[in-house]
Every structure is written in C-alpha cells, then in structure tokens.
Design a protein around this ligand. Structure first.
Ligand SMILES: Cc1ncc(COP(=O)(O)O)c(C=O)c1O
Length: 396
C-alpha cells in the first residue's frame, strides 16, 4: 500500500495540512452526545458539525427506547430479515416511516449510503438511463455506477436543461430514473420538486428524491420536501432517506409503492444479503418519529435558527452560495487550505465546524459547512457569524 500513488497522494495532502501547524483535524473524538455544543478533549465548543437537526439524538425518550429494545431483543438481529432476523419492531418502523411520508410502504436498510448504492444499483441496468443532478451525493453516484446504466449528470437544479436532455434521449432507453436530493448536502439549496415531478410524468420516468438532509428538517412539520411543496407523496417513486440525521439513528430507507417495497425486500442485495437494522437503531428511529410528530415546534425552531444564521451571514458579506431555506449553510472561501485554517481559527475561538474541499466540492469552492440544529440559541448563532466574519477578514 505504501507504494500506491493513491496512498502517496493522501499522505501528501495530510502532510500539507500538518505543515500549517494545525494538528490533525480528522477523526477528533467527540466525548458525548453532540447537538448545539460538543466536548472535544476537555473543551466545550459551540457545534455546527452534527446532523442532529431536530435534537433527537440524545433525547431521553429516544435513548430509553433503544435501551428497552436491547433488553428485549439484544444488540443485533444476527441474520438477514428475510430468513430469521425479522422483529416486530422492523414492521412498526417501516409502517411509521411510510405513514410519516404518506407513502404506501417502506423498506429499511442498515446504512444510508448503502441504501442508495444497493437500490439504484439493483433496479436499473444496461438498457436504462439515470439522469442525476451534478451535485449528487457520492452514494447516488456509486449506485449509478453499480447499475451499469447509461449515466447523464445534468446541471445542478436545472430542470429545463434536463427536459431538453430527456426530449433527446428518453426514447432510447427502457427505464429512466431522475435522481435529485431534497436538500443538497454540500450547498443547502432545495430543488423545484413540482418541476421535476412534471418532467417525470411527461417523460414517463421514475423519480428518486434523497431526503437525507430534508426529512425531519424541512416542511411545516418535518415531512420533508414533499410537504414543503405540497406535492402528492405518490408522485415520487423512491423516497430515499437516512436514519442518521433527523432520525437519531443509523440506517436508511426507501418509501414508495407497496409493489416496489415488496420487490426490494425480496431481491435488493444490500437487504437480502445483509443483516437487518439492529434493535436499538430501529427503536431509536421509531421513537424519534413519534416525538417529532408530537413536537413539530422543533422543525419551526430549526427553520428560524437557520434563517437567522443565513440572514446574518449574508449581511456580513459571507459567501453562503446557494443555501436557502435549509439548515445546511456553507461559507465558501475558495482555497482548500484556507478552509482548513478558518476551521482551525474558529476552533480556537470555541466553534466546531468542519471544512470541505475537493473532491467533495469543486476545486475552487472549498468551504466550511454549518449545520444548524433546533437547539442553537440566537446568541450562539450571532456570536458564530461575527467570529467567522472576523476570522475570514484576518485570513484574507
Ligand atoms: C445526500 C446524502 N445521501 C446519503 C447519505 C448517506 O447517509 P448515511 O451517512 O446515513 O450513510 C448522506 C450522508 O451524509 C447524504 O448527505
């Protein structure tokens, strides 16, 4: 391995960061539940590095449900659900997810990333076409590659460009999938879902919406982008989401028609040949959904906090890119090392926020990515934006 050029490249990048005297910013252990604050080493910091959007990871009711599930079922289901890993909890969870979204049924997998890879990889093949947004998450792209379908990245959010591409190419393929996200994980913007639904109907395609960052986080009661736009949930074929963000757990789901879910449960490799989601993870999500249904004010608080952050950041002249109406707010600084330095300066001032650079984002668009949660206080947000603007001035 030490001779592999890929490994050497990695070492070179890590070396460059180390030369800045910033220490190693990766794999920093967080000592407790992370929400609007975190503890790293012996320091408590304001935290913008968690997907715990509605504060349900660490909620005593969610933790108690996970503990009760362990007491009853143990820590693993120890088999694929198709054979002997099924628990009543699994059915309850899948019903709860489907009901929350307004779909007929859902299937839960053990990982969010794996959900996209195995579902997309399995449903589509060489006679098919997958048109995916150019800003799509790695899990969508890996699924596309695995499928062997023809691939067509379209310019970010540009449904008009996609319409012309489909006009030209739809007839050449058996099935076509359009893949988009509910909130883009790198940029925090939201696509025009009704326009994509209209396109899928016009060109007789399937539509997948990855709601990793939108389920639980947007829409009046956290039911995601469908609720935000008032779109009929049945208009989307594959509602994909992760359990690791608003749902306080680990895993992923596809919600859709009864037939689609049944087919996946009997044939998707990442489901059939993989263990079922663990009892504590299943119970945590189930309870997180129940709590969110009774406490939709969490979503309203999240929306207000994110809006405050965005407005203040824009007033200070920070480049927040395309972010709008979501809790994902980038501050784009351009250069990769600058993003690392800025993150470090903030860390020194008591703020934990991750940097992000190529290949996750374009080479000239390195950034810090702030994830607001419903627990951030106005004071924390105001302090953070002020410190970011000052630190950036200093760096510039
Ligand atoms: C858009 C998107 N899809 C899928 C995933 C994968 O989810 P998980 O981290 O739960 O595996 C992520 C993870 O951040 C994501 O941002």
């Amino acid at each position: 391995m030490s001779l592999w050029p890929e490994y050497r490249r990695l070492q070179q990048q890590l070396g460059e960061i180390e030369q800045l005297g910033l220490g190693n910013p990766f794999f920093l252990p967080q000592e407790r539940v992370v929400n609007n604050t975190t503890t790293i080493g012996d320091r408590e910091l304001i935290n913008f590095a968690t997907y715990n959007y509605v504060g349900l990871c660490g909620d005593p009711r969610v933790s108690a449900a996970a503990q009760a599930a362990i007491d009853r079922y143990g820590t693993s289901v120890s088999a694929s659900r198709l054979v002997s890993g099924q628990k009543p909890l699994h059915q309850e969870l899948e019903q709860a997810i489907a009901d929350f979204i307004g779909a007929e049924a859902s299937i839960v997998y053990v990982g969010g990333h794996a959900t996209n890879v195995t579902t997309i990889g399995h449903l589509f093949g060489k006679d098919d076409l997958i048109a995916y947004d150019a800003f799509s998450h790695n899990s969508i792209i890996q699924g596309c590659l695995l499928s062997g379908a023809s691939l067509l990245p379209f310019p970010h959010n540009d449904w008009q460009a996609l319409a012309s591409l489909l006009q030209e190419r739809r007839h050449r393929h058996r099935r076509v999938l359009i893949a988009i996200e509910g909130v883009y994980s790198t940029d925090g913007d939201i696509p025009n879902l009704p326009a994509f639904v209209e396109l899928k109907q016009r060109y007789q395609t399937l539509l997948l919406v990855d709601e990793a960052h939108s389920i639980g986080a947007i829409g009046a009661t956290g039911r995601g982008i469908g609720e935000l736009f008032g779109v009929d949930p049945h208009a989307v074929d594959l509602w994909m989401g992760t359990l690791s963000k608003s749902f306080a757990s680990c895993g992923g789901y596809i919600a859709g028609s009864r037939e689609m879910v049944e087919y996946l449960k009997f044939t998707a490799p990442g489901f059939v040949y993989s263990v079922g989601i663990s009892p504590p993870n299943a119970a945590a999500t189930l309870t997180a959904i129940q709590v969110l249904k009774t406490e939709p004010e969490r979503v309203a608080r999240l929306r207000d906090g994110a809006q405050l952050f965005l407005t203040l950041a824009q007033k200070r002249g920070l480049n927040t890119g395309l972010s709008q109406g979501s809790p994902v707010i980038p501050v784009i600084v351009g250069d990769a090392l600058k993003s690392v330095c800025l993150s470090r300066l903030l860390f020194e001032q008591g703020i934990n926020v991750p940097f992000m650079f190529y290949p996750s984002v374009p080479k000239d668009a390195a950034r810090l990515r702030f994830f607001v949660t419903c627990n951030h206080t106005e004071e924390q947000i105001r302090y953070t934006v002020k410190i970011v603007a000052e630190a950036l001035d200093k760096l510039n």
